[in-house]
Design a protein. Structure first.
Lengths: 586, 686
């Protein structure tokens, strides 16, 4: 006799589902052949019930996968209805309009059978090193330039690999042994989920996952709806203008209207720019993921995510826009758009949630570059480099330095990148005066300098790369905004051998070529003239703020080798600064 | 022939002596002496020597655990450390990995770096990933920095240069110059502390090693000297964080390796207890004076990890602490113990820990000048401790002092009674531990309703039943000698040392003869450490294997008898089998590599196996005690029973207080107590 799902058992089994997917994620990492999985953490593992409802996903995940996996699952079940599936089947796709918005991620799902009955699915998404095509360029004009598209197909049939499909993949991708090895690692993750779910169901003598699924999705949905109800009804709007990238000349507009209607929220991107001729367009499932993430993280962050959390959220976007492009628009660098969506929502909802919204993060959006070439010993590499600016300040504290948002990939260690490639870092340190000033300042940004090895370690051939920096230049339409009187983050430059280079253009790097990246700090929160002078002094002593910055941004005057605060002069300076600001405002 | 286990906690130092001829165990407990921890060790040994003739002269083995390292980090009481890095990389420890350990929480917290930015210095030097020197070490600049370190009164130096794990030449030269120009200041070098790539984890580990080195190193040197003077021949052993052992001299050089020695000893003890009483799944709960340790035991064994985190700052969540790259038992440790200090936080709410009164001054009731209320003071006021029989009556507890401390710091400011305040402290520390335990149990995917709590440590028994109730665990097990259990755990594992041979060989084509030759000096070194001829040592091997291009090895064990020409085939077969077990499917066609070979040597006959049969005494009732009952919010007289008098098979219904020399526990009205043949007490919660 199965135990009833009382609140205690429900909580235990909910945690159990999460621990199963986390264990599977660990298995994925341990069997993987690539740094993208091992160090960059660009993956997600999920559990679904037999009806296709998402029940849990791994703690380590990119937010771009959280609402897109259910969409992929629905499509999988349309193409391969449940009654046609057999044990050992594996379904896969990388279709950007069904799954994760670009071809590089392969989404695989496998049915979970228990004593001949299908009780659920396991899904594993992995960002692969390569999928062929032009390799990681925003210059592609359509999807066909971006690599191999795999429609919804069976990768395994009743436990037997689909050798035709695997050999097509092998023939079309760079670094194919690693790519194929990582596909195998996805299979391992699925096996671990299948074993874990079976064990759990047997242990508690359930017939399937449905009762548990109904309970935890209901609870999650109730919680989200209750939190939404606590917000004032209304339509909240925001608009941001992203600086042009690649060959574009006009800013890209994200326009959003967030309608809070009792217990639901409708996010509508009507009025956003039409899709562009640069590989930065979002597909609707991917934009939906980042939108749902933005809502969840602000409205109801503590309940573990499942289908229930997503149910009260509706996302709409005009077809053919940068938020919901039509095939075959190019989408490789869709994070250039999608990563700004949570912040756009924050800006819209700030009036409804006073004091609860953080300033902009200097790390938004992702700054990632791909490098393909050979090490001096001739070994080929294909590697990603990604580093972050500072986090946004909040009403009660400073932002952390160099912390990602809204994506959640880790910085690949310098030592790992250097061992894998022919790149050599010169510098990676906090950059002074980059934090947006405020009563609480933003997180500090950083300077990253690296070069292609020369001399005895020079590569035998040039390194192909697409260089990208942060678009959040303080002089652009899109600085890392402060909030409630806080200043914007500073920084954001990208140079090659000292000269500015365009964003996302393909480059051939030669031995000794040096790339310098200044990544901006986060936005500040509250009036910097009210910041505790001792905190300003501490930042000066740590070298995070210069004395000139202390005076200019915070009105704090420091004297002598010990940087003693001149309290009298500081209070005079702060008063006059504050008065002149008021005069200017009037 | 005696084996001695000594476990130093933040508050008490515990001892177990095993007489191998008779199987008898002797235990002892005395207050830790934080300024000179060896004092307590020697005091306890003297007390034991009075009870056991010939103890010191006939001791074969002293195995030691200490929480000094972890306490220094939790309480942030380590040395003033400077960090030298490759120029341009001085923010590695503060930039971390740039990602968020909780993707949904915008307000997560990270620990402050152990070395503030002002004390981090970039040094001009550079080694390439393959070990080639790109930029030579700038010794002139280094000497300028050294002069600055002298001015700054630096107490220890950590050095972490990029790729030093591949070529340590610059770290070594830096150490030479530091020793020359900054004599007496200990140095921790990253390539020696954690010879693996990934600069953040390696820097963090190295910095913490330096942070605790002055205190640990000086202590172990003094203790080793004292033990040698007392005629104990073999070098002092220290338990490693994964239950293995090392020598005191190695531990002095790399103190971070013993960071979890005390908790590891506790886990060893809990695993041993599980074997004695025949249960497979348990939650080991070890609560001392300063911290509480919780560890899930499944199928009679605990998980191990290659990395753990010290000093988590955000609700015990993984990712919120300092990474430490040492092999450990997979457990959680939080700053909640008998000495944890209660106070009001900035919101005016009760807060308990992580600051601890430790042993000096100790809780207010110890009457040693401590004026702040601690968990032990609250326990005393609730009737959970007996003021007259603490430590078998060796140490009288001052009820008035406890009352005054609780009144002044908590009850009066909140306008509540002293009893209410004491219960608030008691309940809060239990809830804090339960929260950490829930997370740990959930992380392991376990169901607390199927776990027995194994309660030990000085404060563990007192708090275990309420913790178990909060977690929904049905049963608490109180092993014999619960109050000194970790020191028992120091004797349940044999003396054991290991050496690692780093390799990069195709498994299919390896030369067995060459490998045997490479292993020979490691065997000799291990035997020397054990002070035994090689023939007396039992060896075994662990091969670390992966598919070429992977980075997480699978461990495959084999015996000396299997170390022959058939080894490649045996390894291939076991690797394939284990891979399938772990990942549910076979690996691919990529060749399998041998990434390392660990040689382990131990002396199995020296481990604690047989214990003399449990011999109950005859004394029985110790009268009654006034015990606080939260249900009725009143004190009731409850009978007190001497644990030593409990008979195997006996069952008793609560409420009752069970008193033993090193600890004690109370059970409530609906709980039932049952005595196992081993002397362990089972309490089934009502």
């Amino acid at each position: 006799m199965a135990r009833s799902l009382d609140p205690i058992l429900t909580k235990i089994l909910w945690n159990r589902l999460i621990s199963i997917v986390d264990e599977a994620a660990t298995g994925l990492v341990r069997t993987s052949y690539s740094i993208v999985v091992r160090d960059y953490h660009d993956y997600c593992v999920g559990i679904f019930d037999a009806r296709g409802n998402m029940l849990a996903h791994s703690t380590k995940t990119a937010p771009g996968f959280i609402a897109m996996m259910p969409n992929a699952m629905r499509h999988f079940m349309q193409v391969y209805p449940v009654e046609t599936l057999r044990e050992g089947d594996v379904i896969a796709t990388n279709d950007p309009w069904i799954a994760t918005g670009h071809l590089l991620d392969l989404t695989v799902a496998a049915p979970i059978f228990l004593d001949g009955t299908l009780v659920g699915f396991t899904v594993c998404v992995v960002h692969h090193l390569d999928i062929g095509g032009r390799m990681a360029s925003i210059e592609s004009r359509d999807m066909y330039e971006e690599g191999l598209k795999i429609p919804i197909l069976k990768l395994y049939e009743a436990g037997q690999p689909n050798e035709t499909l695997l050999s097509v993949i092998r023939a079309n991708v760079r670094m194919s042994p690693k790519v194929l090895g990582d596909i195998n690692a996805q299979m391992a993750a699925n096996s671990i989920v299948i074993a874990g779910v079976r064990k759990m169901i047997r242990e508690y003598d359930f017939a399937d996952l449905e009762a548990l699924a109904d309970t935890i999705t209901r609870l999650a949905g109730q919680s989200m709806r209750a939190r939404l109800r606590a917000l004032p009804n209304g339509i909240y709007r925001n608009e941001v203008r992203l600086p042009p990238v690649g060959a574009l000349t006009e800013p890209m507009v994200i326009r959003v209207a967030v309608e809070i209607a009792d217990e639901s929220v409708i996010v509508d991107y009507e009025g956003s720019s039409p899709e562009v001729e640069a590989a930065v367009n979002c597909t609707l499932p991917f934009a939906t993921s980042y939108t749902a993430y933005g809502i969840k993280v602000m409205v109801d962050p503590t309940v573990p995510n499942n289908a229930g959390c997503l149910e009260p959220i509706t996302v709409r976007a005009p077809r053919g826009s940068i938020i919901s492009c039509n095939p075959p628009a190019p989408t490789w660098g869709r994070t250039v758009i999608a990563h700004n969506l949570p912040e756009a929502l924050f800006g819209a909802l700030a009036p409804a949630m006073p004091g609860q919204v953080i300033a902009a993060c200097g790390s938004t959006p992702l700054v990632a570059m791909y490098f393909n070439g050979r090490k001096h010993d001739g070994e080929e590499f294909l590697s990603i480099i990604s580093h972050c600016g500072g986090f946004g300040a909040s009403a009660d504290r400073d932002g952390y330095g160099t912390l990602c948002f809204p994506y959640n990939t880790a910085a690949i260690p310098v030592e790992v990148t250097e061992a894998d490639t022919c790149l050599v870092y010169q510098r990676k340190e906090f950059a002074a005066d980059t934090a947006g000033p405020g009563r609480h300042r933003g997180g500090v940004g950083q300077e990253v300098v690296f070069r292609v090895a020369d001399g005895s370690h020079a590569p035998p051939s040039p390194v192909a790369s697409t260089l990208r920096g942060s678009p959040r230049n303080p002089n652009s339409t899109y600085p890392a905004f402060g909030r409630d009187g806080g200043g914007a983050g500073r920084g954001a430059t990208l140079t090659l051998n000292g000269n500015p280079v365009p964003q996302g253009g393909r480059q051939q790097l030669r031995p000794g070529d040096e790339v310098c990246l200044l990544l901006p700090g986060g936005g500040g929160h509250g009036d910097p003239l009210t910041r505790d002078a001792d905190a300003v002094r501490a930042d000066v002593l740590a070298g995070l703020v210069t004395r000139a910055g202390a005076q200019a941004d915070y009105g704090v005057l420091l004297e002598g080798a010990e940087a003693t605060i001149d309290h009298a002069a500081t209070s005079i300076l702060r008063r006059s600064r504050s008065e002149s600001l008021q005069t200017a405002a009037n | 022939m005696f084996s001695i286990g000594v476990d130093i906690g933040g508050t008490f130092t515990d001892f177990t002596v095993h007489d191998r001829r008779t199987g008898r165990l002797f235990v002892e407990k005395c207050l830790t002496t934080p300024r000179e921890p060896e004092r307590a060790v020697l005091n306890g040994l003297e007390a034991l020597a009075r009870r056991i003739p010939g103890l010191e002269a006939q001791s074969e083995r002293v195995n030691h655990a200490t929480t000094l390292v972890t306490n220094a980090i939790l309480e942030r009481k380590g040395a003033r450390v400077a960090l030298l890095t490759t120029e341009g990389f001085r923010d590695v420890i503060e930039q971390r990995l740039e990602f968020r350990y909780d993707v949904y929480d915008l307000f997560i917290r990270f620990p402050d770096p152990v070395v503030p930015r002002q004390l981090r210095f970039g040094i001009e030097e550079r080694v390439y990933a393959d070990g080639d020197v790109l930029t030579p070490l700038n010794e002139a600049q280094l000497l300028e920095v050294v002069a600055e370190l002298k001015r700054l009164d630096i107490e220890a130096v950590a050095v972490c240069y990029l790729h030093a794990y591949r070529n340590p030449v610059h770290e070594r030269r830096t150490a030479e110059l530091l020793v020359e120009h900054l004599p007496g200041v200990p140095v921790s070098l990253s390539h020696a502390v954690n010879p693996e790539p990934r600069e953040y984890e390696r820097s963090s580990t190295t910095v913490l090693d330096a942070y605790v080195k002055p205190v640990v190193s000086a202590y172990l040197e003094r203790l080793s000297g004292e033990l040698a003077q007392r005629g104990i021949r073999r070098e002092l052993e220290i338990m490693l964080s994964n239950g293995g052992s090392t020598t005191a001299s190695t531990a002095r050089d790399y103190p971070i390796q013993i960071i979890e020695s005390g908790p590891a000893a506790g886990v060893e003890a809990a695993i041993w207890t599980c074997g004695q009483i025949g249960i497979a799944d348990a939650l080991s709960f070890d609560m001392g004076g300063t911290t509480a340790k919780l560890c899930v035991i499944r199928d009679g064994t605990a998980g191990r990890a290659r990395k753990f985190e010290a000093g988590r700052v955000h609700r015990f969540v993984a990712g919120s602490g300092h990474p430490v790259a040492v092999p450990v038992y997979d457990l959680v440790e939080i700053g909640a113990g008998g000495g944890s200090i209660a106070r009001l936080d900035q919101l005016g709410l009760i807060a308990v820990g992580p600051e601890s009164a430790g042993a000096d001054p100790g809780p207010a009731c110890y009457g040693q000048g401590g004026a702040l209320p601690s968990v032990t003071d609250a326990d005393l006021l609730l009737g959970l401790l007996d003021p007259a029989h603490f430590l078998g009556g060796q140490m009288a507890l001052d009820v008035a002092a406890a009352e005054q401390a609780v009144r002044e710091a908590v009850a009066e400011p909140l306008g509540i009674s002293v009893t209410e305040a004491a219960y608030g402290i008691f309940d809060l520390v239990n809830e804090t531990m339960a929260a950490a335990a829930r997370l740990h149990v959930a992380e392991k995917g376990c169901d607390p309703t199927r776990l027995s709590v194994i309660a030990f440590g000085g404060a563990g028994p007192v708090h275990a039943t309420e913790l178990a109730r909060k977690l929904g665990c049905p049963r608490v097990v109180f092993p014999p000698n619960a109050g000194v259990m970790s020191s028992v755990g120091l004797l349940t594992a044999p003396p054991s040392f290991e050496r690692v041979l780093p390799l990069k060989l195709r498994a299919a084509t390896l030369s067995v003869a060459a490998l045997r030759q490479a292993v020979a000096p490691l065997r000799t070194a291990i035997a020397a450490t054990l002070a035994q001829p090689e023939a007396a040592v039992t060896f075994r091997y662990v091969a670390e294997m992966w598919h070429q291009g992977q980075e997480y090895p699978i461990e495959i064990g084999f015996t000396p008898a299997e170390f022959d020409e058939a080894l490649p085939r045996l390894l291939a077969a076991r690797f394939a089998e284990r891979y399938r077990e772990l990942y549910g499917r076979p690996g691919d066609d990529t060749p399998v590599e041998l990434a390392g070979l660990r040689v382990v040597g131990d002396l199995p006959e020296q481990r604690l196996t047989e214990v003399a049969p449990f011999a109950p005494g005859t004394a029985r009732s110790l009268g009654t005690r006034r015990l606080y009952d939260p249900a009725t919010k009143a004190f009731h007289d409850v009978p007190v029973i001497d644990r030593a008098a409990l008979q195997p098979g006996e069952e008793i219904a609560g409420p009752v207080v069970v008193q033993e020399r090193e600890s004690g526990f109370a059970i409530r009205a609906n709980d039932r107590l049952r005595v196992h043949a081993s002397g362990a007490v089972f309490v089934e919660l009502g």
